[in-house]
Design a protein around this ligand. Structure first.
Ligand SMILES: [Fe+2]
Ligand SMILES: [Fe+2]
Length: 261
């Protein structure tokens, strides 16, 4: 039977598929690292107290990028270029979600509005990251090659999500509730489309690499469209709620080192 677990197992077992998977993951993580580092550097003058947490967030994402590269190296594989249609971060940016890279490459300080938009966008994308890592932990948490890496990234993504909830709730209490709600809505609706498109593109590439029969590709595409239909109808609400997290001040300390990677 076709399950998420059997699908990932096939990807992990094949060097070319694994190489593409890790390359895409590493590139997304490194882009996240760069964005957070730039946002920390340009953070609105009135919000300087957030800078260390944004820096830590970026350092975590950079670390995740290095972990995926280390997984490749351990198998003697080199990363491959990321096909543009699988580039989640770039596609989100193109839809105007998050902060434009143009702005982040400049040296104008960000406004409070920008920083709130960044946090709301992160609340949505970190939910996706946390959910995906939870799924990987469930199926491959004990995997001898990947288990440790997956657990470490999963724990960090849970921290990122907790941090977004906590900071957005604080900003909502300070009177930014309307901007936060609007941005969360827009980001979530755009994200679920981009996620669908990227999933279809990634599975298209995997299908070619793993020589899947047409029927299997079609079944997978139908599954991805099904997930999107559910998210469009109801699932997206999960991405925009705000709750006081169990983990407080989750990004208050230094980065957890990853000496094994
Ligand atoms: Fe990450
Ligand atoms: Fe993250």
């Amino acid at each position: 039977m076709l399950t998420a677990k059997s699908l990932f197992q096939e990807i992990i077992d094949d060097d070319d598929a694994f190489r593409l998977f890790c390359s895409i993951a590493a590139s997304g993580e490194s882009q996240g690292g760069w964005e957070n580092a730039r946002i920390a550097a340009l953070v609105a003058p009135g919000m300087r107290e957030l800078a260390p947490k944004i820096t830590r967030h970026g350092a975590d994402e950079d670390k995740h990028g290095r972990i995926f590269h280390a997984l490749l190296r351990k198998r003697g594989l080199e990363p491959v270029p990321v096909p543009p249609e699988t580039d989640y971060t770039m596609l989100l940016e193109r839809r105007g979600i998050g902060l434009a890279h143009e702005k982040l490459r400049g040296d104008e300080p960000l406004t409070e509005h920008d920083v709130i938009v960044y946090l709301a966008h992160s609340r949505v994308t970190e939910q996706r990251a946390a959910d995906q890592m939870d799924m990987l932990v469930t199926y491959f948490g004990d995997h001898p090659e990947l288990g440790k890496a997956i657990h470490m990234i999963d724990d960090d993504e849970a921290n990122h999500l907790a941090y977004c909830h906590e900071e957005l709730l604080r900003l909502a209490r300070e009177g930014h509730g309307r901007l936060i709600q609007t941005t969360l809505r827009e980001s979530a609706l755009a994200e679920i489309r981009v996620y669908r498109d990227v999933s279809l593109a990634v599975m298209g590439h995997m299908g070619r690499i793993l020589k899947w029969p047409r029927a299997k590709g079609a079944a997978l595409a139908a599954g991805i469209h099904g997930v999107h239909a559910y998210e469009r109808l109801a699932g997206w609400h999960r991405m925009i709620s705000l709750r006081t997290p169990e983990r407080r001040n989750a990004l208050g300390g230094p980065v957890t080192p990853a000496p094994a990677f």
